[in-house]
Each structure stands twice: as C-alpha cells, then as structure tokens.
Design a protein around this ligand. Sequence first.
Ligand code: DI6
Ligand code: FE
Length: 405
Amino acid sequence: MNTTTLWRNARIATLDPDIGQDGWGLIEHGAVLTNGASIAWVGQEADLPAGAAPARTVDLGRALLTPGLIDCHTHLVYGGHRAAEFEMRLQGASYEDIARAGGGIRSTVAATRAASEGALLYSAARRAEALMAEGVTTLEIKSGYGLSRDAEASCLSVARRLGQALPLEVRTSFLGAHALPPEFEGRSDDYIDAVCRWMADLHAQGLIDAVDAFCENIGFTPAQIRCVFEAARALGLPVKLHAEQLSDQGGAALAASFNALSCDHLEHLSADGVAAMRAAGTVAVLLPGAYYFLRETKRPPIEALRQAGVPMAVSTDHNPGTSPGLSLLLMANMACTFFRLTPLEAVQGITVHAARALGLRDRGQLIAGQRADFVAWDLQHPHELAYWFGRNPCLHVIQNGVQRS
Ligand code: DI6
Ligand code: FE
C-alpha cells in the first residue's frame, strides 16, 4: 500500500547544518515527503524526485515548517499545587527554607500520594495538552513525587498511559532520588538503597527509560548519587542529573563520569564541570522557568558552554514548586532574554539538542530518515519562535506522519 504523503507549499527550517550557512537549514518553496511515520525526502518542491507518486498531497499554505518540539525535562505527574508556597516566597522565605521546614517537594509528595491514579492521569493529560498545543511532539516525564515503590510506579505508569492515550511520544525518567520522604527521615542512605531496589523492579515492568536524581544540599550527596548511577548502569539504563541548581556540588562532573545524557539547571556549574560535560558529550539542559520563578540571579555559564561546544537544550522543567509554566515557546524566549542564547540556539534547544538530551537521534531535524514529527507555524522565519510570547502561532502538528490538528 502506498502510504506516502507530500506536505507542500512551505518554508522549511530543517535545522540541517549542511543546508545553508546560518544553522537554520532553510528551504524556500519546500516540501516534505513522508512514508508512514518517517520522512522520506525533504527539499525544494521543484526538485521532488521524478518517481515520487504521493498517495496524498497536503497544501500547507506557505506556512513555516519546523521539527516537532521536544520538552526534555518535566515533572508533569503530581497532585495539588503550591500557590501558597509561592506567596511565602514572595514574602521572603527561600525555597530551601521551605524545603527544610517539610514543605516544598514533600508537600507535593503528600498530595500525589493522596490522589488516585485516575486523577493524576487527568491532570497530567490537561498539562500535556497545553504543551502539545504549542507543537510539542515528544515529552519527557519524571517521577519523583511518589517516593515509595508503589507511588513511583503509579506516576510512571500514568506517564506511560499518557503516551498511549495522546498523540504524543512520552519518555520516562525515574527520579526516586528527588527528596527524602518523611518515613525515611534521618536515614537517607537507607532511602538510596531502597531507590536502587525499586529501580530494578520498575525497570522490569518497562516503566523506565532513564534515571535522574537531585544532587543538592537539600537533595542528595554526590556519594549517594553515585550509588543510584551505579545501580542504573548495572541495569543498562542511561542517567541524567539535576546538577548545580542552587550550589556547586560537583554533580555535573560526577554525572559526566557516568556518560550522562544530560545535566540540567547548571546555574552554579564550574569550569571543571563544563570540561567534564564536554568530554562526555553530555547535553546542558537550561531551565529558565525555574530561574525566573525562584528569582535567581546567578545564570548558567552560557559562554563557557558555548565555547566548549557543549550542546544546550531548553525545557520547561514543568513542576508545581519552581516552574509551574506550560509554554515551551516562552522558555525559548526566556533562554534568550535571561541567558543570552541566540534565537537559533534556543530553537535548537527545544528540538535537536532536546532530542540528544533524551538520547534520541531519530528526531529534532527535518531530514530524510527522521521521524515524521513536524509543526506548521503562522510565522515567516524560525527566529520568531523565540521572539513572540503569550501568542501561539502553531497551525498544525504532524505526529508520526499523521496530522494531529
Ligand atoms: N529541581 C527543581 O527545580 C524541581 N526539582 C528539582 O530537583 C523542583 C521540584 C519541586 O519543588 O517540587
Ligand atoms: Fe526538574
């Protein structure tokens, strides 16, 4: 059966470095030929191979086409919210003060444990839909608000079910080492042992794509993170790390020594950390929403990362405590205004580099052989993706070769 579709009459930002000089890989009067769920050909419409006989043709009305957006760091599954904590912080309490007083992540853990799986699925689906409306086609979701074996399993299976229920690809990360649950108070090493045991179990259930942890004064120590990473390595699971968000713990270098896919946050990253990430090919995931919402002033060392050639991704870090936002395009804009990324870097950060942060090489660019995930925008040039905010220019989303909206 002929399953080819020609998506024509578009300006295409392929992000293919081999097209043009400026990194956008622009093709005017372009078209994409898809075969089922993958891209068979991309080019100028006039150059369509003579033998191509698409079963279907879709006129995109001169829209701008880009790869589907990838949100590579979210904590989308949780119960409740933390608006009261936001008010406390506005009155002077710090994020760490609230965490040490038993609020913060722990309060979301209590609300998540109290919620039914159906309620968790419902609220997470609404959030996922908000991200999808802006062109997100691949979404990473972490656990980390259950913090018991069964509650973590529930959150991860909600994430898996989201990927089945919605036209969306979901990747899961097990973040058992996010915070110490109250029943382990004073026994953090015991908790880490438990996390490592649960990991094997959850992995056997097919619930884990990668393992994450929170390396911080108010999180876990580098020695504890090492135990988690060794357990992941023994299971053949890739790792990533919340590193140097609030202080420099040397977490990025530790993660790089385990060939981490990504280190995320990085406001307090040292020169040694940059060098270790570069050597390991680890992606730097920048999270300007958390920086903004915590009113941080120390920025990640962008220039050092750029000079070292460390790929930079940009993500929402959607979570109820430090980044309750659901716009990846706003994050691209903030990555430019707060962190001084160029619009090209910001757009690479929510496409090709975000894919790399998830260990995925089959998406993030509009190139033959990649998955047929792309977005048609009511825009002239892709740098506008990092320019407008509070406006959704998404016209259509094509997911796996199928038009979703
Ligand atoms: N860093 C973050 O920004 C989130 N988790 C983490 O380790 C915040 C999670 C929360 O406050 O609920
Ligand atoms: Fe996070």
